[in-house]
Write a protein of this length. Structure first.
Lengths: 285, 204, 233
């Protein structure tokens, strides 16, 4: 088509201002959050496997949990994380926490408070759980920490208490002292790092709490058994809420996300329809 | 530049060798200590980027006549100093410090990341086309997997979960297995190049 | 639940940031710089606190004299800021980079190569004694992953029958990346829904503040740009 010639309807539609598209997304998501409707959905294999994996951890076991969520992924991952902690503490599992990302520590404190609300009691620090704090250095830090925890954290927890004075830390100093472990890496795609530095050298059975974006990379490690189970993003959180009977924010958010996906599907179909119409009409891309 | 490159090579080879060679076990405590030192250095290095950022904003304020947006740099430094002051006066569990984290850093970070949703929506409308076999495969796989995590689709059509499960557990596994192995070979190749000083850019 | 000042600030900052979708404007730029200022200080505080408590304070403890090394090297990192001392920054970074390469490569061989090869062999992917459906799946995984590796490794143009292997590998990779894109899409919408729910619409008492500010901001921005006080960028 030459310049100055009248654009067809399909061509005008393809040139639609991105601000209009953005405004429609905003309205759809906002409406679905303000006026939620419950839609039943099947629990996926991932959700069921993760639930079963959490329940399979023996009562009284001491496990490691790298809990380093970020504010942006907190709404998606909070339900699966806190409900997992609830199940574990109900089984008298003792948990050693640490964070590998600098945004993690304040969120960790909130998660413990939420877990205590779910349990209906306060957790006993030093006996049921301990927070070893932020460990810098990404992969080097994880390797050093999982080799010798006391050296890397200078023998103290996040509040400066000597680890040898805490009952939960008796006999625990490396990743190999855990038979089971979890990591919440938010959206940083560092699950392979924990497979390399925790699962592979020490043989720990690890479960992952991660955002949906990381799932294809994790299915690889699920297939080989290197990661035992995954709670996959918001859907994983909604499934955990459903399986534990604590329906909450994740369940409500999935509807809003569903309609966002429906809108995207309609846009892709319309975009292709207009594209082929305009191509049939002679427009050069 | 030569000595730091030798430090990289020696340290890297040493850490790999001590993992595989039992006769190097007496050196393990030293290697563990070096890794601990590297952890401390990694924490220290975070301040460098922030220092460069603060200097850049400071220069913009200093040259305000040449840059019409120097007011934003003033805003940046005010907020920076406010957070720094809260941390230094109240510690990492102080009320004001956590208030800034919970009501400023957290929400704005969420909003900033979520703007990508608008951009992928526009991209889907303008770019996702059934132009050829390659694009069609990408589009079909993507749509099925997206539908499988949305209850609006899986509720009425549970078969989507089965189809997407097959895509995730067979096709994606095959693809990522090849991808990951290729990347792993690339990492090893890069490490060899760095250890042989053929890739000096790692130390800028 | 009562609306606090913090909730209002969070809601208004989110709305201010979202205005960037309509074009770069003073409101979104201000919100961005507010975020950058607080975040930059936060990350410095957390990391330098780790440097101080796990490094500097250890020097005074019994047996901690060795920690003087990382402390001095840590300060050397900041010599990069000065042109004449920039070369000294390479020494501490050499230790970090050497350690990273060492710990990554030594376990990559096992977790990302050998274990993945095992994933293509029995008992994980058996070809005998399995139902037909699983046999087909295992064959797709084995040939698909090998084809994908061929696609990666051979960057030159292939002629002859091997080009079909190359093509199959490309299609498998595209399907895999399509699956990633599908998950990424839902992840992006999850981010948006989460932001709306947590910051702008919960508790319900904050809705007047949210929509009121959004309306006021829209009117202000329209007036500003229509009257030419600022321009879209």
């Amino acid at each position: 088509m030459t310049e100055g010639a009248k654009k067809s309807f399909a061509e005008k539609a393809l040139d639609l201002d991105h601000r209009i598209l953005a405004s429609i997304v905003f309205c759809i998501i906002a409406a679905m959050i303000l006026y939620p409707v419950s839609i039943p959905f099947p629990v996926s294999n991932y959700g069921q496997n993760f639930y079963d994996f959490v329940h399979s951890i023996p009562a009284g076991e001491t496990i490691g949990f790298m809990l380093s969520d970020t504010p942006s992924t907190r709404p998606q991952l909070e339900p699966s994380t806190t409900l997992s902690l609830m199940i574990l503490f109900e089984k008298d599992v003792k948990i050693i926490f640490w964070q590998d990302e600098f945004m993690g520590p304040p969120i960790f404190t909130d998660y413990i408070a939420i877990t205590e609300d779910l349990l209906g009691r306060e957790l006993e620090y030093g006996v049921e759980y301990v927070d070893l704090g932020y460990v810098a250095g990404e992969e080097t830090g994880a390797a050093a920490f999982l080799k010798d925890m006391r050296t890397v954290v200078a023998g103290v927890d996040v509040d400066g208490t000597n680890l040898d004075d805490l009952p939960i830390m008796q006999g625990i100093n490396s990743g190999g002292d855990f038979e089971y472990g979890f990591f919440n890496v938010a959206c940083r795609c560092t699950e392979p790092m924990y497979v390399r530095q925790w699962q592979q050298p020490y043989g720990t059975k690890v479960g992952s709490i991660n955002c949906a974006m990381d799932l294809p990379a994790i299915t690889l490690y699920l297939a080989t058994g290197q990661i035992k189970a995954t709670a996959n993003g918001l859907l994983g959180g909604a499934e955990m809420e459903y399986l534990t009977g604590h329906l909450g924010t994740a369940y409500g958010q999935t509807l809003a996300v569903s309609f966002g996906g429906l809108y995207f599907t309609i846009l892709v179909i319309l975009g292709n329809v207009f594209f082929f119409i305009s191509r049939a009409g002679g427009r050069r891309e | 530049m030569t000595i730091p490159l030798y430090i990289v090579s020696i340290l890297g080879v040493w850490m790999i060798a001590e993992y595989f060679l039992p006769f190097l076990n007496p050196l393990v405590p030293t290697t563990d200590m070096i890794r601990t030192y590297a952890t401390i250095l990694a924490a220290a290095s975070w301040g460098l980027g922030t220092a460069i950022l603060c200097l850049a904003h400071g220069r913009r304020i200093y040259r305000q006549t040449k840059d019409p947006f120097w007011g934003y740099s003033v805003m940046f430094l005010i907020c920076f100093l406010a957070m720094l002051g809260a941390a230094l006066t109240q510690g990492l569990k102080g009320t004001t410090y956590l208030w800034f984290y919970n009501y400023i850093i957290g929400p704005t970070g969420q909003a900033l990341y979520s703007t990508t949703a608008f951009y992928v929506t526009t991209a889907g409308y303008r770019v996702f086309r059934f132009r050829n076999m390659d694009a069609a495969v990408l589009l079909i796989a993507g749509m099925f997997v997206m539908w499988s995590v949305l209850p609006l689709f899986t509720g009425p059509f549970p078969v989507l979960v089965v189809i997407a499960g097959w895509i995730n557990n067979v096709i994606a596994v095959a693809a990522y297995r090849g991808f990951v192995m290729g990347v792993a070979l690339g990492i090893i190749g890069l490490a060899v190049r760095v250890f042989l000083h053929k890739h000096r850019e790692v130390l800028a | 639940m009562a609306v606090t000042l913090g909730m209002i600030v969070a809601s208004w900052l989110c709305i201010a940031l979202y205005t960037m979708l309509y074009g770069d404007n003073p409101v979104s730029r201000t919100a961005e710089h507010v975020y950058m200022g607080f975040l930059a200080a936060y990350e410095v505080v957390v990391n330098l606190n780790f440097f101080y408590t796990k490094g500097v304070l250890q020097i005074a403890k019994p047996g901690g004299a060795g920690y003087i090394i990382p402390v001095i090297l840590g300060f050397m990192i900041y010599l990069r800021l000065n042109e004449s001392t920039r070369w000294l920054y390479r020494y501490p970074m050499a230790i970090v980079i050497g350690s990273v390469f060492g710990v990554t490569v030594r376990t990559t061989v096992f977790s990302q190569i050998l274990d993945q090869v095992k994933g293509n062999l029995p008992p994980i992917a058996p070809l005998v004694g399995v139902p037909p459906g699983q046999l087909v799946n295992n064959l797709i995984i084995i040939f698909g992953s090998l084809s994908a590796i061929v696609f990666f490794v051979f960057s030159r143009e292939l002629t002859g029958p091997e080009r079909y292997v190359h093509r199959f590998g490309r299609l498998i990779l595209l399907a895999g990346f399509g699956a990633t894109y599908g998950n990424t899409l839902s992840y992006r919408y999850e981010l948006m829904a989460g932001t709306f729910l947590v910051n702008m619409f919960t508790p319900p008492e904050i809705l007047p503040y949210t929509f009121g500010f959004a309306a006021a901001l829209a009117i202000i921005l329209i007036v500003v740009y229509k009257t030419g006080l600022a321009s879209w960028e």
